[in-house]
Design a protein around this ligand. Structure first.
Ligand code: KG4
Ligand code: ZN
Length: 341
C-alpha cells in the first residue's frame, strides 16, 4: 500500500509518500520559521495562509521525487489534530479533496501518534512494547506503547510543554524565535554547576511534569544579573546551561521511572526537543544503567514532517480506518482516545 501523508498542524508544511514495499519514497518540507520570526512566535492566520500557498507545489514535488505520476497512491493521510485549527483545515481539506478526486480512502492522523511512530521509519526500528517520551512544542508525554494504537499515558506536563519551556525561556533571554535550538546552542558554552535550577517534581512520585516554575526561577536569575538590562554573554550561557540541565535531568528521571514501572527495555524519544544533544547524552547514560536501549528518529524527522504522517496513516488505513464524509479536525485531541490498530 502506498500513502500520501500531509502535515500542516503548525508552522511546517510536510508532504511525503510511504510505500509498504519500497519504504519512504519521498519527503518534502517547507518551514515557515522565517516568516514567524519577525513576530517572535507562530501567527496562526499567517500559518494557514502559507500552508495554502505551499501545499500543492509540495505535493507535486513529492510525486516527482518518488518518480510517480500525481495521484498514484492507495490512500491519503493528513494530520487531523491536535494543532492550529486553520492550519489543520488546510491539510485536511486538501487531503480529502485529493483522495476524493483520485478515488482512494483518506484518514485523519493524530499528530503525536505520528511523532511516536517516526522512529519506525529508520533502518533499525524499535520493537514493541516500548516507552515513548514525546517532547514537542505543544506536548510532553510519557507513553506506554504496548502495540501500535495501544497507548497508555504514564505522565504528561501539567503546564508548559518541554519545548514551550525552552522557547519561553529563550524569549526571556532575548533570543530570536525559535528559541529552543538557539538556547541549547548557547548552553554549549556554559559552565556546568554555576546555576542550579530546581528539578520540577522529581522529588515526588509519579511521572507527570511541570516546567513553568523553572521558567520563573530563570527569570529571577536574569533579573539579578542584568546590568542596565544587559547580561554578560558568559552569564547568559551559564544560565542557559543551568536551565537545560534542569529540563534534561527531569526528563531523564521520569523516563527511568517509566522503564522501571513497565519493565520495558526500549525507550523511544520523539518530537522537536529530542533533537537536543544534551538530552541524548543524558538519556544514553540512564539507559545504559537500566540495561535499556534508546531509539530516535533521524534529526529531520524529530521535528514536524510529512513522513511520520504518511507512515502512521498507512498503519491506520491498513487497520481499516477511514475518514467519513464530514471534515473532522480535532484541534484538541488526547492520544489515549485513539483505538488499537
Ligand atoms: O515537534 P515539533 O517540531 O513541533 C511541535 O509539534 O510542537 O517541536 C518543536 C519544539 C520547539 O519548542 C523547539 O524549540 C523545540 O522543539 N526544539 C528544541 C531543539 N530543537 C527543537 N528544544 C531544545 N533543544 C533543541 N535542540
Ligand atoms: Zn510536532
Amino acid at each position: 500500500m502506498r500513502v500520501l501523508g500531509i502535515e500542516s498542524s503548525c508552522d511546517e508544511t510536510g508532504v511525503a509518500i510511504y510505500d509498504s514495499e519500497a519504504g519512504l519514497m519521498s519527503h518534502q518540507l517547507y518551514s515557515q520559521v522565517k516568516m514567524h520570526a519577525e513576530f517572535g512566535g507562530v501567527v496562526p492566520e499567517l500559518a494557514s495562509r502559507d500552508h495554502v500557498r505551499k501545499l500543492l507545489p509540495l505535493i507535486s514535488a513529492a510525486f516527482k521525487e518518488a518518480g510517480l505520476s500525481v495521484g498514484d497512491v492507495d490512500g491519503v493521510a493528513y494530520t487531523a489534530g491536535p494543532g492550529l485549527i486553520g492550519a489543520l483545515m488546510v491539510g485536511a481539506s486538501t487531503g480529502r479533496a485529493m483522495a476524493m478526486g483520485w478515488g482512494v480512502p483518506a484518514v485523519g492522523v493524530h499528530h503525536m501518534e505520528g511523532h511516536l511512530l517516526a522512529p519506525m521509519l529508520e533502518d533499525e526500528p524499535p520493537e514493541y512494547p516500548f516507552v515513548a517520551l514525546l517532547v514537542s512544542g505543544g506536548h510532553t508525554l510519557l507513553v506506554d506503547v504496548a502495540a501500535p494504537g495501544n497507548y497508555l499515558i504514564l505522565g504528561e506536563s501539567l503546564d508548559d510543554a518541554a519545548g514551550e519551556a525552552f522557547d519561553k525561556t529563550a524569549k526571556m533571554m532575548g533570543l530570536p524565535y525559535p528559541g529552543g535550538p538557539r538556547l541549547s546552542q548557547i548552553a554549549e558554552q556554559g559552565t556546568a554547576g554555576r546555576f542550579i535550577f530546581p528539578r520540577p517534581m522529581v522529588d515526588r512520585p509519579g511521572m507527570d511534569f511541570s516546567f513553568s516554575g523553572l521558567k520563573t526561577a530563570v527569570r529571577v536569575e536574569i533579573a539579578k544579573h542584568a546590568v542596565d538590562e544587559v547580561i554578560e554573554d558568559q552569564t547568559m550561557a551559564d544560565i542557559a546551561m543551568g536551565f537545560q540541565e534542569a529540563v534534561v535531568e527531569t526528563l531523564a528521571v521520569k523516563c527511568r521511572r517509566a522503564l522501571q514501572a513497565t519493565g520495558y527495555k526500549t525507550l523511544v524519544i520523539a518530537g522537536g526537543v529530542s533533537a537536543n544533544k544534551h538530552l541524548r547524552t543524558r538519556l544514553a547514560q540512564m539507559a545504559e544503567k537500566e540495561r535499556s536501549r534508546v531509539y530516535y528518529p533521524r534529526p529531520e524527522f524529530c521535528t514536524d514532517n510529512g513522513a511520520m504522517i504518511a507512515y502512521a496513516g498507512y498503519l491506520r488505513l491498513l487497520s481499516g480506518a477511514r475518514a467519513d464524509l464530514s471534515l473532522n479536525i480535532r484541534p484538541r485531541w488526547a492520544l489515549d482516545e485513539l483505538g488499537a490498530m
